[in-house]
Design a protein around this ligand. Structure first.
Ligand code: 13P
Ligand code: SF4
Length: 351
């Protein structure tokens, strides 16, 4: 693709989202990245939260955490550049250890993944012996290595239902655990630092033991946001990521992972939507469905996803950084938990 072709393609998708002067500059960066990607035999994976110009120019495969894990597992390129955050790049390395996996910024972590470590999981396992551990994909490799199975926002309910167990340890997102407990009719227990809090819902027999992790982006959305948008735009459908507070999910019209939201909008006839998730995704969806109106709440951004830009991706390919390394014993154990999820998703159509 020439520079002009990249610019024209970006312009056709983003002319209502990104000013032209910026598109010219971004097209130059994208051209250089695409050139280097071919030269080095690299595959670029991009999460839905990436900035629009990056998402719509250099990425070979876009998707949610589950789709990108599958793509990473199957990649036969020498290099995988992960335009996402650390736990996603680690997942790629765990599933495809023979590839060089690059994360364009060393600072692209995740507040949710940082809330729990392997020692916390070992303590919970000792307290609830025999309870299978489900690790949300937003966890470190060391936490996944302690788990029996992983899950993503797209298959958390099905993964829990597939486990024939009275007690399930589900980590680390308290709100997602509460949302899942509600959908599966289970009682929830969340250890809050030194004491324990038992939540409502379900009978006492089937329990989800969770953790007090929260996403710094999704926890900010409130029912007041939902009420205000409904007052101003009564025709808008409101979609909430399951990392949002349970009362926000309950007040919304639909809850699902990022790709489930995209599918919902594609299939819905409504003219206007509000996405309660990272704002860049609203911009990417607006570009994909120009005939549909997308409302955005952009005061809360994911500071980690925002570290990945065309500039950092270009530098990543030029200087081969930051290379993801995981000790082999941790990688092998984490791979077992991730592969169980991928097998279950493939056979039981979990997503
Ligand atoms: P998805 O798996 O739904 O893409 O979500 C990832 C994430 O980090 C949400 O904050
Ligand atoms: Fe982590 Fe939240 Fe950012 Fe997703 S949006 S990567 S859960 S901090």
């Amino acid at each position: 693709m020439t520079r002009d072709e990249i610019y024209s393609s970006l312009r056709s998708k983003l002319r209502d989202v990104v000013p032209e002067i910026e598109l010219r500059y971004k097209a130059e960066l994208a051209y250089e990245i695409i050139r280097l990607k071919k030269e080095k035999n690299a595959l670029i994976l991009g999460h839905h939260y990436m900035e629009p110009a990056l998402y719509h120019s250099i990425v070979d495969i876009t998707g949610d955490s589950l789709e990108l894990s599958r793509a990473a597992a199957q990649a036969d390129n020498k290099i995988i550049v992960f335009c996402g955050v650390r736990f996603m790049a680690e997942t790629a390395k765990i599933l495809n250890p023979g590839r060089t996996v690059l994360l364009p910024s060393d600072e692209a972590g995740c507040s949710l993944a940082d809330e729990i470590n392997a020692e916390d999981v070992r303590r919970l396992k000792a307290e609830y012996p025999g309870a299978p551990v489900v690790a949300y994909i937003n966890t470190s490799a060391a936490v996944k290595a302690e788990a029996d199975i992983c899950c993503t926002s797209g298959n958390a309910v099905s993964v829990i239902q597939s486990l024939d167990a009275e007690n399930v340890i589900f980590l680390p997102d308290e709100y997602m655990a509460r949302n899942v407990a509600k959908e599966t009719g289970r009682q929830i227990i969340v250890p809050v630092r030194s004491q324990r809090r038992a939540g409502s819902g379900g009978g006492p027999k089937y329990r989800i033991i969770s953790w007090h992790g929260r996403c710094e982006v999704h926890e900010k959305f409130s029912t007041t946001d939902v009420e205000n948008v409904r007052k101003q735009f009564p025709d808008a459908l409101i979609l909430a990521h399951p990392e949002c507070r349970p009362e926000v999910v309950a007040a919304s019209d639909f809850s699902g992972g990022t790709s489930a939201m995209v599918r919902y909008i594609r299939e819905s006839a409504a003219q206007r939507y509000l996405l309660l998730t990272e704002c860049a995704m609203g911009e990417n969806v607006a570009a994909a469905f120009p005939e549909k109106g997308m409302l955005r709440l952009c005061s809360v951004r994911c500071p980690h996803m925002n570290k990945i830009t065309l500039e950092t991706t270009l530098e990543s390919l030029r200087s081969m950084k930051y290379v993801i390394e995981i000790p082999e014993d941790i990688r092998a154990n984490a791979a077992r938990a991730l592969e169980r999820m991928l097998v279950a998703a493939a056979t039981d159509k979990l997503t």
